[in-house]
Design a protein around this ligand. Structure first.
Ligand code: HEM
Length: 168
């Protein structure tokens, strides 16, 4: 089962669930739509207020005190266009953080898991039982370039994202 992201599949309140909220890259989403293609979410990912929502799956390999480790999110998004010539899946995004910084990677199927973007600094907000890192800037990493046909250069700005995890 997959759903087009222009369908209303969730209420705005769902953005308060733990997960990753991200538009990936607005100009790319608009471009894909312009090619007559579409953007579909599946496997628990959803479209919320025009953004993609990937639910929190597992944060047991992440240490909140040091902000190091891996947080796994579920679901996938599939971009298709140009009558199938453009065919990109980003599945099960992970936040991977170590002393060099934090990145978001995703399973692309054919190309395996690829580090997509590096994250900028973020303020840690405590919201009830959740920790939220909001509007975190992202910049494309070199390994992601082929996924986008080599159109974007390393460091290209992608959309800012928001991470919501459990504060325990
Ligand atoms: C039939 C093959 C393709 C043709 C004819 C084509 C053509 C184009 C054209 C004309 C543009 C400029 C459009 C604009 O600025 O509005 C563009 C942009 C772009 N194309 Fe393609 N393309 C093709 C395949 C692909 C594939 C396979 C990908 C892989 C994801 C891709 C990714 C992109 C990206 C990322 C942009 C820039 C979008 C943006 O951020 O503005 N293209 N393409």
């Amino acid at each position: 089962m997959s759903e087009r992201t222009d369908a209303t599949v969730s209420t705005p309140a769902d953005t308060k669930l733990p997960g990753l909220i991200w538009g990936v890259k607005g100009s790319f989403v608009r471009y894909v739509s312009g090619t007559g293609g579409d953007v579909r979410v599946a496997e628990g990912a959803a479209s919320v207020d025009g953004l993609l929502f990937f639910p929190l799956l597992d944060q047991s390999d992440f240490e909140l005190a040091t902000a190091r480790g891996t947080i796994r999110f579920g679901g996938n998004v599939h971009f298709s266009g140009h009558f199938g010539a453009l065919d990109l899946t980003l599945a099960e995004p992970w936040l991977e953080s170590d002393e060099r910084g934090a990145v978001i990677s995703a399973d692309t199927g054919v190309a395996g898991r690829v580090p997509l973007v590096a994250l900028g600094g973020a303020e840690t907000l405590l919201e009830g039982e959740h920790i939220v890192w909001a509007e975190v800037e992202t910049r494309m990493l070199p390994d992601a370039a082929p996924l986008f046909n080599g159109v974007y250069g390393t460091g290209e700005r992608f959309d800012a994202l928001t991470l919501r995890v459990l504060a325990r």
